[in-house]
Write a protein that binds this ligand. Structure first.
Ligand SMILES: Cc1cc2nc3c(=O)[nH]c(=O)nc-3n(C[C@H](O)[C@H](O)[C@H](O)COP(=O)(O)OP(=O)(O)OC[C@H]3O[C@@H](n4cnc5c(N)ncnc54)[C@H](O)[C@@H]3O)c2cc1C
Length: 383
């Protein structure tokens, strides 16, 4: 489906696809088996410039349009969700927030090294006791002269152990969303420490960490936006993060469709390829419809971003649908593979495990439904 793609976008997608097939796909299962971080892919993301794709050209990035970004993320998601997650967090959640909310000094300080991938970003919102309700977070940032001192714990932080800069949400004021501020914290600051989270069901080779901030002192110019803007910064970042996640889930579902179709054509039972059985075709057909619908919802967000229009509702819809579709697609892919889908000779088991987290993070499916319902009715069902 090439609806609305320019020749340049098609050529770009082909270049990313070829790179993913050459560098990412061959290592994905082995990295997953050993919980091994995809170093070879990160090196390649730097060499190709994909790691800085959406950062403006004046800061050394690719200055790409939102649809090209979606195309890249879909291909990365098709190849390995672990590799995709490095980029989504780095570009979508962190670099995008610096570009949107940062002062010129903050952009000049961080974006050039983020564009080359020498400095990676991580996004620190979730805490051990505050996930779906980030406005209640308890990490604090205390003003001391021309500095802030940050204390707290952050949970499940993607890129947490490898990032050079962390976007950290911490409380500077009273209770609720308006008491939260956002900070750009260099991760070599004294008092910053991380502990890797092992034993994940999926995205096992992705760097996920628990972060402790113990008296981390940053200068006042680390504040991103104004005091009290922290939840606004985080939510605007998540609008882009959900767009990215929807693109990734489209790619993962496409990988499931490709795998189940290939297997169904070569696997024979009752004297014929199982692809010829109507009930197998139903699994393939439902997945094909899901892939196209997820892609179109994702591209709808890209179109709104390109026009500079608000896309909170559309990002939630795309993320909700595409993540649930990815789980359905992966389940269907395992089903088509029969018993062979249950052992890791084939990739579909990994796809199912990797898909599973997508209905949980960047707002669970339940939270997306509440956001969509609130946007449509004007009534909040959160509390
Ligand atoms: C691998 C991984 C990577 C992650 N990366 C990051 C990261 O980089 N940065 C970051 O900040 N966070 C990250 N997260 C955290 C993630 O965003 C949270 O796990 C997620 O927001 C859910 O929060 P929780 O786990 O505390 O679940 P909870 O909020 O405790 O939710 C538990 C259940 O209750 C339901 N629920 C909660 N409130 C409501 C309600 N009002 N109505 C109906 N149902 C409700 C939820 O839908 C869910 O089913 C990551 C998580 C994982 C697993």
């Amino acid at each position: 489906m090439d609806l609305a793609l320019t020749p340049e976008q098609q050529a770009f997608r082909t270049a990313v696809r070829d790179w993913v097939d050459d560098v990412v796909v061959p290592n994905a299962q082995e990295n997953d088996r050993h919980e091994r971080f995809p170093q070879e892919a990160l090196a390649g993301l730097r060499d190709t410039g994909f790691i800085g794709l959406t950062i403006a050209g004046e800061y050394g990035g690719g200055g790409a349009d939102p649809l090209s970004y979606a195309l890249m993320i879909e291909e990365l998601g098709r190849g390995d969700a672990n590799v995709r997650s490095i980029v989504s967090v780095h570009l979508g959640l962190v670099a995008g927030s610096i570009a949107r909310w940062g002062s010129e000094e903050q952009r000049e300080r961080w974006l050039p090294s983020m564009a080359t991938g020498d400095c990676l970003g991580c996004f620190c919102l979730t805490e051990p006791d505050h996930g779906s309700d980030p406005a209640s977070l308890t990490s604090t940032a205390r003003r001391e002269g021309d500095a802030y001192v940050i204390d707290g714990r952050k949970m499940f932080i993607t890129n947490g152990g490898i990032a050079g800069v962390a976007l950290v949400m911490a409380r500077t004021g009273g209770p609720g969303a308006k008491g939260v501020s956002a900070f750009l914290v260099p991760t070599d600051s004294p008092g910053w420490s991380t502990r890797p989270v092992h034993g994940k069901l999926g995205i096992r080779s992705c760097d996920t960490a628990e972060v402790t901030l113990d008296g981390v002192r940053v200068t006042a110019d680390a504040l991103l936006g104004s005091e009290g803007d922290g939840i606004k910064v985080a939510l605007s970042a998540l609008d882009d993060g959900r767009f990215s996640l929807a693109a990734s889930c489209t790619g993962l579902a496409q990988a499931c469709l490709d795998a189940m179709t290939a297997y169904a054509l070569q696997r024979r039972q009752f004297g014929r390829p199982i692809a010829g059985f109507q009930l197998v075709q139903e699994l393939i057909a439902d997945t094909a419809v899901d892939v196209s619908a997820a892609r179109l919802l994702t591209w709808q967000v890209a179109d709104r971003k390109q026009r500079g229009e608000k896309h909170t509702l559309e990002s939630s819809m795309a993320k909700y649908f595409a993540s649930e579709a990815a789980v359905r697609a992966a389940n269907a892919a395992v089903q088509v593979h029969g018993g062979y889908g249950y052992v890791d000779e084939f990739v579909v088991g990994k796809l199912l495990r990797d898909a599973r987290v997508t209905t949980l993070y960047e707002g669970t499916s339940q939270i997306q439904k509440l956001l969509i319902g609130r946007a449509i009715t004007g009534e909040s069902a959160f509390v």
